[in-house]
Design a binder for this molecule. Sequence first.
Ligand code: NAG
Ligand code: NAG
Ligand code: NAG
Ligand code: NAG
Ligand code: NAG
Ligand code: NAG
Ligand code: NAG
Ligand code: NAG
Length: 281
Amino acid sequence: MLSDLHSTVILFIILCFLHMPISLGQDDERYRSCGEPFQCGSMNIIYPFWGGRKPEYCGHPSFEIKCESSIPKIAIESTRYEVIDINTPNRIVTLARDDLLSSICLDNPENASFDLNTFSYVSSDLNITLYFGCTVRPGLQLPPSSPNRFNCNSSIFGIYTLINVPFNLSLVTCQEEIIARVNQTSAVALASPTASVEVLRRAIAGGFSVNWTAGIDSKCQQCRTSGGRCGSNPDSGDFACHCLNGTHSNYCNDGPNHLPGNLSSTNPHNLLLLESLEDKL
Ligand SMILES: *[C@@H]1O[C@H](CO)[C@@H](O)[C@H](O)[C@H]1NC(C)=O
Ligand SMILES: *[C@@H]1O[C@H](CO)[C@@H](O)[C@H](O)[C@H]1NC(C)=O
Ligand SMILES: *[C@@H]1O[C@H](CO)[C@@H](O)[C@H](O)[C@H]1NC(C)=O
Ligand SMILES: *[C@@H]1O[C@H](CO)[C@@H](O)[C@H](O)[C@H]1NC(C)=O
Ligand SMILES: *[C@@H]1O[C@H](CO)[C@@H](O)[C@H](O)[C@H]1NC(C)=O
Ligand SMILES: *[C@@H]1O[C@H](CO)[C@@H](O)[C@H](O)[C@H]1NC(C)=O
Ligand SMILES: *[C@@H]1O[C@H](CO)[C@@H](O)[C@H](O)[C@H]1NC(C)=O
Ligand SMILES: *[C@@H]1O[C@H](CO)[C@@H](O)[C@H](O)[C@H]1NC(C)=O
């Protein structure tokens, strides 16, 4: 008797939930929060990037920017970068490696990598190879002018090489090497016989560029034209267009709303569930 009353109360509560138009308020909230400006330093961050006051559903899941002391930072495949510039129309982001910015001599250097389904290297930049933990082989000597050598501490140094800037590597032994990228202007400066560790630091700070594949944001223009705000579906991560009347999968007038989850009372499946519950009462 008591437990019957108990389950009736629980059923009643469930019914109240199913009748609530849960998704409408939420969708409008997405439209509004994706319209919030997200400024970091002097950079105005827009789709496909998100972060700060813009939740993940306002961007592409792989494009989170964290604003640290007014400096925009991004982590890609576990390497952290300072974001130097974003060129949205050309889909290019210019990045500088955080680890090399804080110290030109790395103890445990790692090669950065990019998911080639998302990013490609911009072809105007050049590879440089950085060697760390180098010492001169016993009995040998470096040429008096070795601009591509940089000191790390009193006993070890580093070397950089790039195309047209060779170095006789059989003079030294080095612990580790990585490939990094610099822009063309920096590469020219690094090739100069008067280059110095300062030139190398500036080259790293100048960054290199990657472009994101067209597929990432190809649906955004049509969404904006229809009055929507570009973003992603919080469940699947796929593109989504957040409109005043809800979240759509492509643009605002592309048919019925794409409702989040399947909790809405307009979902036929929930209506069936509702009827069967009401039968029981
Ligand atoms: C951007 O990436 C595409 C491949 O997705 C490539 O074909 C194109 O050349 C790249 N653009 C630049 C400026 O490198
Ligand atoms: C430059 O480095 C990248 C990343 O290591 C590599 O994929 C690419 O093949 C290199 N390009 C050249 C011309 O060596
Ligand atoms: C120089 O740095 C290396 C690695 O960072 C370290 O093993 C070595 O002890 C340092 N030497 C001096 C003299 O500080
Ligand atoms: C590089 O250095 C080694 C050792 O001193 C020397 O035998 C060799 O000829 C040098 N190679 C070039 C290209 O200078
Ligand atoms: C970085 O990549 C280069 C070229 O692929 C390789 O020779 C080097 O060992 C790699 N460095 C590290 C630290 O994995
Ligand atoms: C290339 O890097 C240098 C730093 O060495 C920077 O001053 C310059 O603005 C960069 N050029 C481009 C086109 O990004
Ligand atoms: C949502 O609004 C757009 C106009 O902004 C309209 O074309 C579309 O039919 C509406 N969709 C629904 C499901 O109400
Ligand atoms: C929600 O319902 C639609 C059709 O009613 C279905 O295609 C979709 O897979 C459902 N999604 C979830 C997360 O159950």
